[in-house]
Ligand binder design. Structure first.
Ligand code: AMP
Ligand code: MG
Length: 336
């Protein structure tokens, strides 16, 4: 299949909508990451998403809508307090999980009776949904297990030849996937941290249960995606907890001398300079640049990458959540 790469102007969006209406796959920009979209009401279309990504069939897709009308068309009921989140954060980077209507094929929800929905805050994404006239199921537009794409070029790297079209709308503003909150049960449960932080959620609806990590490998995941390998670069990734960057520098230099592997350090602006000054191969750590950095270290043939960990509060919770998955929970604490 030849994958068309088109600028996300009116003409590109019209052509993309035509493809969606005709069972095809289009990758499109959102404010979080690029999504791989198909008609969410059509099993045949959604099936192609799983095929192109190599995604396990029990990993549900998030459905993107452009209005509350479209939302009520796909979910069974909306609890009163959900409107507090909707009014405050939509359109925006937060997915809400509700009981689904049968119009959404079980295939789209990974066999669950619930569905994650959001209104994205991106003009191209909203125009595309409106023009297609159907809700669009869209997981991140990467090969399953790889870092999420935040540019059209990242999508092409993974999916060129496997999908009909990529709409190029430039860099994603947030660069991390949406916050996910499950509203289908009695309590509201945070399943994936993101740009809408725990602090922001609790200000809107009060206390929220956090269930973003699996405790043991045999725990049943609340969110099916949790059990799969995620965001992995080819480089071996290690998270280092330590307050003192000099000790991290010594640690990495020692390892590099012993292993003869090309190594790198990933750290926030604050300490980046001290790593560079020490002669280390250093990459910046930020929310919007995280996935691009994970792809870049592979391009640069880095074999061992060390991340200087950050505080798990605010957006730091979301960044560390992705990094722990990318590192397969490989963490060293130099302070203890
Ligand atoms: P992605 O679109 O790649 O960010 O993946 C979407 C993720 O959202 C899945 O891997 C699940 O972890 C989560 N998700 C989507 N729908 C549901 C649902 N109905 N219940 C629980 N988790 C969900
Ligand atoms: Mg994904």
């Amino acid at each position: 299949m030849k994958t068309k790469l088109k600028i996300a102007n009116d003409e590109g969006i019209k052509e993309a909508a035509y493809i969606i209406k005709n069972y095809g796959l289009v990758a499109f920009p959102t404010e979080t990451v690029y999504g791989l979209g198909a008609n969410a009401l059509c099993e045949r279309s959604a099936g192609k998403i799983f095929e192109a990504k190599g995604r396990p069939a029990d990993n549900p897709l998030i459905v993107h809508v452009s209005s509350i009308d479209m939302l009520t068309g796909v979910v069974e009921s909306i609890p009163e307090y959900a409107y507090k989140l909707i009014e405050k954060f939509w359109p925006g980077p937060i997915t809400l999980i509700f009981k689904k209507k049968s119009i959404i094929p079980d295939f789209v929800s990974g066999g669950l009776n619930t569905i994650g929905v959001r209104i994205p805050n991106n003009r191209t994404a909203l125009e595309l949904i409106k023009e297609a006239g159907v809700p669009i199921a869209a997981p991140s537009a990467n090969t399953s297990g790889k870092p999420s794409p935040t540019t059209a070029a990242h999508v092409m790297m993974d999916l060129d030849g496997k999908i009909d079209m990529v709409l190029d709308g430039g860099n994603c503003v947030f660069g991390l996937e949406s916050t996910i909150v499950d509203l289908s049960g009695d309590a509201s449960v945070l399943l994936r941290p993101g740009a809408i932080t725990v602090e922001m959620l609790e200000e809107a609806i009060g206390q929220i249960t956090i269930q973003t990590e699996l405790l043991k490998s045999d725990d049943a995941p609340k969110s099916p995606g949790m059990k799969y390998k995620h965001y992995s670069p080819n480089a071996k990734l290690t998270i280092i907890k330590c307050k003192n960057s000099n000790r991290i520098i010594d640690f990495i230099k020692q390892k590099a001398d012993a292993n003869f592997k090309k190594s790198a350090v990933i750290a926030t602006e604050e300490s980046l300079y001290s790593y560079k000054a020490a002669g280390l191969n250093a990459y910046a750590l930020s929310a919007e640049g995280l996935f691009a950095t994970l792809r870049k270290i592979d391009d640069d043939k880095v074999e061992e990458a060390y991340v200087h960990s950050i505080e798990e509060s605010g957006i730091g919770l979301a960044i560390m959540n992705r990094l722990k998955k990318a590192a397969d929970s490989n963490i060293i604490d130099l302070d203890s």
